[in-house]
Design a protein around this ligand. Structure first.
Ligand code: PBG
Length: 311
């Protein structure tokens, strides 16, 4: 009876798995703060994607770790950039078996670690960054991305990317906008996974949302939808379930939530100490994210959840 009347369900169909692909390594390398997560070579990323597809996971999202960084983050839009190389291989190997998403940002590729380029006074230059985001989108689309996912929280990024994609003959490529992305302390393990530290001990509070704000998330989401976002995202997830519920009620496009690195790492760390039942907590957390209103969830636990859901 409980099964029949359950209001929220978690299914493998809801899951998107992040994959890190690193340029210039010969073997995959574990990420210490994200147990079970690797920095992949292009070849091992393809193997991992095959494994995920075999588990029935419908989508993956790629993050690149370039061998060299520069002020404009050129590795993000070079045709030879590591994500573009990986996308071409994944498309060749997987065909249409999985939805291929690419995180679209500059922070992994800039030597200062910000999500955009800097002006003369060291501030992020929103509008010059938009031009570069357009180039990244086109490079990712040309390499085979089905979905580009701008995560930089620049104003006007969705429209700039839509225009660039349409102008370059990629009208079918969808945009998953990180629309309500908070300046959160929960991204720590991710920054280790992508080797990013922000110059001068800086932070992203000038472009990401203030965790104290709830209504502002609705404004950000409405702007992104008006600019042409096909899907929108709230990030992180668990500390922002109110925001997920608000956004679900406010818009009708599909809603994603990002169960971020810190959320995953906390569960793993406590479980390792035997303080909590890790698999049970993960399932409860992911179910709560669905109950709050997310249609799809990006999570480092995608593979283990898929296995548990099959069992
Ligand atoms: C930016 C980006 C970040 C994450 C995804 N895309 C980091 C940031 O904004 O600092 C974080 C994801 C996570 O913590 O799992 N490219």
């Amino acid at each position: 009876m409980r099964r029949l009347v359950a209001e929220a369900r978690l299914s493998v169909d809801d899951l998107v798995a992040p994959i890190f692909v690193r340029e210039g390594i010969e073997e995959p390398r574990p990420v210490a703060s994200l147990p079970g997560v690797m920095q992949h070579t292009v070849a091992s990323a393809v193997k991992e994607a095959r494994h995920l597809a075999g588990l029935g996971i419908p989508g993956l999202i790629l993050f690149g770790v370039p061998a060299t960084k520069d002020p404009s983050g050129s590795g993000a839009f070079a045709p030879s950039g590591v994500v573009q190389v990986a996308l071409r291989e994944l498309r060749d190997e997987l065909g249409d078996e999985m939805v291929l998403m690419a995180d679209l940002c500059l922070d992994e590729y800039t030597d200062h670690g910000h999500c955009g380029v800097l002006d003369g006074s060291g501030r992020v230059d929103n509008d010059r960054t938009l031009e570069l985001y357009g180039r990244v989108a086109v490079a990712q689309a040309a390499a085979g991305a089905d979905v580009v996912a701008p995560s930089g929280m620049m104003d006007g990024q969705v429209r700039a990317i839509r225009d660039a994609l349409d102008g370059a003959g990629h009208p079918e490529v969808a945009i998953l906008a990180y629309a309500a992305k908070y300046a959160s302390a929960l991204y720590g393990p991710f920054r280790e996974a992508v080797d990013v530290s922000i110059a001068g001990g800086g932070d992203r509070r000038s472009y990401q949302l203030d965790p104290r704000n709830r209504r502002e998330a609705r404004l950000e989401v409405a702007e992104d939808v008006a600019e042409g976002a096909d899907l929108v995202m709230v990030k992180p997830a668990l500390a922002y379930l109110d925001v997920i519920a608000d956004v679900r009620a406010a818009v009708d496009v599909p809603l994603a939530a990002y169960h971020v690195s810190g959320e995953y790492a906390m569960v793993k760390a406590a479980a390792e100490r035997g303080w909590i039942d890790g698999p049970a907590v993960l399932r409860e957390h992911l179910t709560a994210i669905r109950r709050a209103g997310a249609d799809l969830v990006l999570t480092y636990a995608a593979a283990e959840l898929a296995e548990a859901l099959q069992a």
